[in-house]
Design a protein around this ligand. Structure first.
Ligand code: OAD
Length: 247
């Protein structure tokens, strides 16, 4: 992987960065990605698990799957790529972190503000009264949690197929993408919209767009530069360059 001279000099003076992350940033922590031969969607059907009708048909099955994933993300730790983004937030004046991930690892690493486009698996809410609950308990006796206020069904606070993104979050992400000098798209296959449109929106508004991924993606031809490699190895190198001028 080669970092261009243009990117090096931009990193030394940049004051406004927007970052979009996807499942690939958590791969080195041990969280499975969605696409590709080992991806979750190669073995499971999203329409049976990540969809509101499926939940109403069989909440027990959907909760079993989400509880399994909650356990996985709970047991893993943020990796050097997550920590690099915490450092970036400290170093740069204007920093926005937008994620498609629901695993909470950016917050656990220490980022202060994260625009979570697809929700957060550690949070749930009641489908009737909309009350939010953190870390709801799901056990073999209580397979489907119920709301303590109205007894409605509790669902994970994640965006399922066919659902709207949380209000205002995508708008804030688009605004940050439009005003940044440098946009980083990290560990995402960039096929799920509207998130996948952010790199192009940033470039259209004059940002320098850099992709970090282990392989080329749908947006590789539209970015200024692709850094092929693992996020946990590439991002710390970018931070080292940034730190050179900000000690
Ligand atoms: P994908 O599984 O589609 O893509 C993961 C990307 O990460 C791929 O392009 C991999 O090449 C790359 N990758 C894997 N390991 C990496 C590493 N160590 N370093 C850098 N890159 C690596 O995941 P997303 O793009 O996040 O939606 O998927 C988008 C959405 O589709 C998800 O948020 C989810 C899913 O359906 C919802 O749940 C609503």
């Amino acid at each position: 992987m080669t970092i261009s001279i243009k990117l090096r000099s931009l990193l030394q003076r940049v004051e406004s960065i927007c970052v979009l992350t996807g499942a690939g940033i958590s791969a080195e922590s041990g969280v499975a990605t969605f696409r590709g031969v080992d991806g979750l969607w190669s073995k499971l059907k999203p329409e049976e698990l990540a969809n509101f009708d499926a939940f109403m048909r069989n909440p027990e099955l959907v909760w079993e799957w989400y509880n399994y994933r909650r356990q996985i993300v709970h047991d893993v730790k943020p990796n050097p790529a997550h920590y690099a983004l915490v450092r970036l937030e400290e170093l740069v004046k204007e920093f926005t972190l937008v994620t498609q991930n629901v695993d909470n690892l950016h917050y656990r690493a220490g980022n202060k503000r994260v625009l979570e486009l697809h929700g957060n698996i550690e949070r749930s809410y009641c489908i009737d009264c909309r009350k939010f609950v953190e870390n709801v308990e799901v056990t073999t006796e209580k397979k489907v949690p119920r709301c303590s206020s109205c007894n409605g069904l509790i669902r994970p606070d994640v965006v399922w197929f066919g659902e709207m993104l949380p209000e205002g979050v995508f708008e804030a992400a688009t605004e940050a993408a439009s005003r940044c000098e440098l946009f980083l798209t990290i560990g995402t296959s960039a096929v799920v919209y509207p998130a996948a449109g952010l790199p192009r929106a940033a470039r259209n508004q004059g940002a320098y767009v850099v992709e970090v991924n282990t392989e080329p993606t749908e947006v590789s031809h539209t970015v200024n530069e692709t850094l092929l490699g693992k996020a946990g190895e590439v991002l710390p190198q970018l931070i080292t360059i940034l730190e050179e001028t900000r000690k």
